[in-house]
Design a protein around this ligand. Structure first.
Ligand SMILES: Nc1nc2c(c(=O)[nH]1)N[C@H]1C(S)=C(S)[C@@H](COP(=O)(O)O)O[C@H]1N2
Ligand SMILES: [Mo]
Length: 187
């Protein structure tokens, strides 16, 4: 997939910033990152604790479902599968739901969450995430459309049953895989 342009997308030089529900106020000392739902161990981590976890750096393209993409963005963060390792989701988990400080929500398949390049991003292009890109932390899953990447994320919830997030409730895809062009719900 690397090097191949995504179907139905055009490349632009800079991100379009989206904040469907506005820009939240972030108090970094009060910020806690929570992992809950169908897990053995619930987690609650401060920003300092997140920064102390092992990081992965990837350089890859970003695709918004509305048709624009940005080439070769550098992302650095904690692999999402590490939170599964720490929290131990139950056998029946199939979906993972994200909740953000602004009230934004979205959902991904557990399989996509567990991909080695799926990240809780803390840095973009070498610097801490700018507030408009989701400081202190955002989700980025390279093979899914951008709306699956919740900015200002503070909670990951492991689910057995599918649940709509913000855009999914308005007709966008449950899965959202870019190379399969899963833009809208088919059922
Ligand atoms: N909290 C929150 N996260 C969000 C959004 C949003 O409106 N609010 N928009 C999504 C969409 S549709 C896209 S394409 C990307 C855009 O990322 P950017 O604003 O960093 O360019 O953020 C995603 N995450
Ligand atoms: Mo988007």
């Amino acid at each position: 997939m690397e090097g191949a342009d995504a179907p139905g997308q055009r490349y632009i030089p800079n991100f379009v910033i989206y904040m469907a529900l506005g820009k939240p106020k972030v108090d970094i000392n009060k910020y806690r990152f929570i992992v809950d739902g169908r897990v053995e161990n619930e987690l609650k981590l401060s920003y300092e604790e997140l920064k102390a976890l092992p990081m992965k750096r990837i350089i890859t393209d970003f695709h918004c479902v509305t048709g624009w993409s940005v080439k070769e963005v550098e992302w650095e963060g904690v692999q999402l599968n590490r939170f599964a390792q720490m929290a131990k989701p139950m056998e029946d988990v199939e979906w993972v739901y994200f909740t953000s400080l602004d009230g934004y929500t979205t959902v991904v398949a557990f399989e996509d969450f567990m991909h080695e390049d799926s990240l809780l991003v803390l840095k973009m292009n070498g610097s801490p995430l700018p507030i408009e890109h989701g400081y202190p932390a955002r989700i980025f899953i390279p093979h899914l459309y951008g709306w699956k990447g919740a900015k200002w994320v503070y909670k990951i919830t492991f689910l057995e049953e599918y649940r709509d997030g913000y855009w999914e409730a308005l007709g966008y895809s449950q899965r959202g895989r870019v190379f399969l062009e899963e833009r809208f719900k088919t059922i």
